[in-house]
Design a protein around this ligand. Structure first.
Ligand code: ZN
Length: 341
């Protein structure tokens, strides 16, 4: 009889080729222990107990080391990042952190600079990969943007300004990463299939079938199913006032169901052409107190700042990081001045 978590037990029935399973036998040749190394940091162990076998997952916590990298943009941020020793994933993290305040596709200029403090992960002295950015600064056309990572009591981490305001907005502007806007919010539109004036209360994004659709804000799935001309549709409720709708979907992400909580950016479904749609696209609606608003122009609310009760802890934890960022910017400036003379 095998005891323990049923998901873990199931996992043992799906072993990946190339992985090692170790068996420990007793004097009678019976199984005493089985160890499966799922990844460098995760091991599943089955051991004999008095009344059968017990299964457990063992995590090895990697050691974290803080590293610093800085650079100045000469042509592109990507090249400057590479030159500073940042991996692709760190450059992506950096642009994600400041995406709300800096338009990285259009407003990056030569002379813009960045400074990043990030974690490198090690296990038993061996390098595993890069971890998270813990503090970052981006100077965009002379304006200084700063971000400090802080983990809330529920275990989620966010980036905040030194004053404790979140950098991200409560909503993403678009639910798809790259897509062409094929129809805008328009209360007097002639419907392409019905050929009569019918308000278009959302924005259409033309994208291939299967393109991931992201939740634009933290919320809860309140509807997931078929709804007339919308075809396959998901409705998210965000707090009491806001709701968003995603229509003509190809399929839903089976990770979630009705009532599931989702985080901003989670993939909730995939673009399709279900319902009344002339081609594959996502129809996206944004409502405040039940009233449709233009998703492209509606002022987006700020995310929740650091709770007042945690502000002192936040400042205490982040002030050394902030000091490091500031002092290395001074050093970089001084170096530039010397070179300039
Ligand atoms: Zn539409």
């Amino acid at each position: 009889m095998l005891h323990g978590d049923k998901h873990l037990r199931k996992e043992l029935t799906r072993l990946y080729p190339g992985k090692t399973v170790k068996f420990l036998l007793n004097d009678q040749g019976g199984l005493e222990k089985l160890v499966y190394e799922r990844s460098r940091t995760e091991t599943i162990a089955v051991s004999r107990e008095e009344d059968g076998f017990d299964i457990e997952k063992v995590f090895k916590q990697p050691q974290k080391e803080l590293h610093q990298a800085s650079g100045t943009v000469e042509s592109t941020l990507y090249i400057a990042g590479k030159k500073a020793g940042l991996s692709d994933s760190l450059v992506m993290q950096l642009t994600d952190i400041f995406a709300w305040d800096i338009d990285f596709s259009r407003s990056i200029h030569p002379g813009d600079s960045f400074n990043v403090l990030y974690e490198k992960l090690y296990l038993d002295g061996e390098y595993l990969g890069d971890g998270a950015i813990v503090a970052a600064e981006f100077v965009n056309q002379g304006k200084i943007h700063q971000a400090l990572r802080f983990t809330l009591p529920d275990g989620t981490s966010e980036y905040y300004t030194p004053e404790g305001k979140t950098l991200r907005k409560a909503f993403l502007r678009m639910p798809v990463k790259s897509a062409r806007i094929s129809s805008r919010f328009n209360l007097h539109r002639r419907h392409p299939i019905l050929h009569r004036i019918r308000a278009h209360k959302g924005v259409d994004y033309a994208a291939p079938v299967g393109t991931p659709v992201h939740a634009t804000g933290d919320g809860k799935i309140v509807y997931r199913g078929w709804k007339g001309g919308y075809g396959r549709v998901i409705i998210l409720q965000h707090g009491r006032r806001y709701s968003t709708l995603y229509a003509h979907l190809h399929r839903f992400n089976s990770r979630f169901k009705i009532g599931s909580k989702v985080r901003q950016g989670d993939v909730i479904a995939y673009v399709g052409r279900s319902g009344l749609a002339s081609g594959p696209h996502l129809h996206y609606e944004f409502r405040i107190n039940g009233i449709h608003r233009d998703p492209l122009t509606v002022p987006l609310p700020e995310s929740t700042p650091i709770p007042k009760a945690l502000l002192a802890v936040f400042k205490q934890q982040t002030s050394p990081l902030l000091a490091t960022l500031e002092s290395s910017r001074q050093t970089a400036l001084a170096r530039q001045e010397i070179q300039g003379e």
